[in-house]
Design a protein around this ligand. Structure first.
Ligand code: SAM
Ligand code: SF4
Ligand code: SF4
Length: 345
């Protein structure tokens, strides 16, 4: 535990719409080894794209200090993301620090899996419990086309194996976009069912400003369920906890499950308990925010622990974000939004 960081009793804080602060997603780097067309299109994130300089990233000590304040305000779960989080050197050291924070019960990682084989056991030993691995196609050529680099699925499949072997709970995330990979819904379902791994279908979202999102490109939960039901008998599973994002189903003849992240067709803002911390220390209270709160400035300014924790609390108390609900209601404002690769999903 970092010396000098306050450790007071956990004081659950709520936003202006009475939603508790429970989860913190920390982006540890804005760079990525892939160029998924719906997230970091290669035409935009090319050689001349200016990523954050390393000195602008929060250090592990700064992330630990910030996470302690968040834990004091009610955060129990932390998810590390990116960019590609495994590009950040010595990530297990950060996980060790975060695991030691009072109140943190669960640490998870979202990764494209390419470097997971190398790191899985060290991540597990450091305290990581779960990993969500993104895989949008089980067909090699299509995978390469989607992810924009010449890397095929082999390292990802090896990453999945390694994570399971290390004792990490594995889920697979598949963004489904019409015209891109709907052909992969059934093959991916088959693959994950055989492996007894949960597959979560993510509706293509209008995050950022560069992915050319159109409603016509969205395969909704309903579209996907109809397709799956032509082959499998599925039954709905009740949510496990308040604010569970995925709507889950189980195959009737197997313990394998699938889930849907329905931010477009069935928004879930009313139970959204997630705060996001970007790699350079900005707090965002919504995936679709335009602006964040500059926590790095506070962390580097000599403010006391109480003062910084108070700032985070005020940011959360003022939160009124409900972008996806507003999109469904047809009243979402058109605005410049942060990029997904910067905030990490
Ligand atoms: N690089 C890591 C990975 O791909 O898992 C972590 C960061 S990535 C931004 C986190 C998640 O966001 C991935 O599962 C990715 O598929 C998803 N994602 C990115 N852009 C998206 C979009 N426009 N709509 C829906 N999901 C998206
Ligand atoms: Fe990289 Fe993940 Fe975005 Fe793909 S989805 S470009 S792997 S950050
Ligand atoms: Fe949460 Fe914003 Fe997504 Fe709504 S749109 S669920 S408030 S991140």
């Amino acid at each position: 535990m970092r010396e000098g960081t306050i450790l007071k009793e956990i004081n659950q804080t709520f936003d202006a719409l009475k939603r508790p602060l429970r989860d913190l997603r920390i982006s540890v780097i804005d760079r990525c080894n892939l160029r998924c067309q719906y997230c970091m299109p290669a035409e935009i994130f090319g050689d001349s794209y200016e990523f954050l300089p390393m000195e602008e990233l929060l250090t592990f000590d700064e992330i630990e200090r910030a996470a302690t304040f968040f834990a004091n305000l009610g955060v129990e779960k932390i998810r590390l993301t990116g960019g590609e989080p495994l590009l950040r050197k010595n990530l297990p050291q950060l996980i060790e620090k975060l695991s030691a924070i009072k109140g943190i019960k669960d640490i998870a990682l979202t990764s494209n899996g390419v470097y997971l084989k190398k790191h899985a056991s060290a991540l597990k030993a450091a305290g990581l419990k779960r990993v969500n691995i993104s895989l949008d196609s089980i067909e090699d050529e299509l995978f390469k086309k989607i992810t924009g680099r010449k890397i095929g699925i082999k390292p990802v499949l090896e990453g999945i194996e390694a994570a399971e072997k290390a004792g990490l709970e594995v889920k697979i995330n598949m963004v489904v976009k019409k015209g891109m990979n709907e052909s992969q819904i059934l093959p991916m379902a088959e693959f994950c069912k055989d492996k007894n791994v949960t597959l979560r279908f993510i509706e293509f979202m209008d995050v950022g400003n560069t992915n050319g999102w159109k409603l016509d490109h969205v395969m909704t939960k309903q579209d996907i369920l109809e397709l799956l039901s032509s082959k499998y008998a599925l039954e709905a599973v009740d949510p496990d906890y308040y604010g569970e994002v995925a709507k889950r189903y189980r195959y009737s003849n197997s313990s394998a499950q699938i889930g849907f992240i329905t931010s477009v067709s069935e928004s879930f803002c009313s139970t959204c308990t997630r705060a996001r911390l970007s790699a350079n220390g900005q707090i965002y209270t919504c995936l679709f925010s335009s602006e964040g709160f500059d926590l790095r400035k506070s962390l580097r300014s000599g403010l006391t622990d109480e003062e910084i924790q108070g700032q985070i609390e005020s940011v959360w108390n003022l939160r009124r974000d409900r972008y996806s609900d507003e999109r469904v209601e047809g009243i979402a404002e058109r605005k410049t939004k942060i990029e997904m690769s910067y905030i990490g999903g």
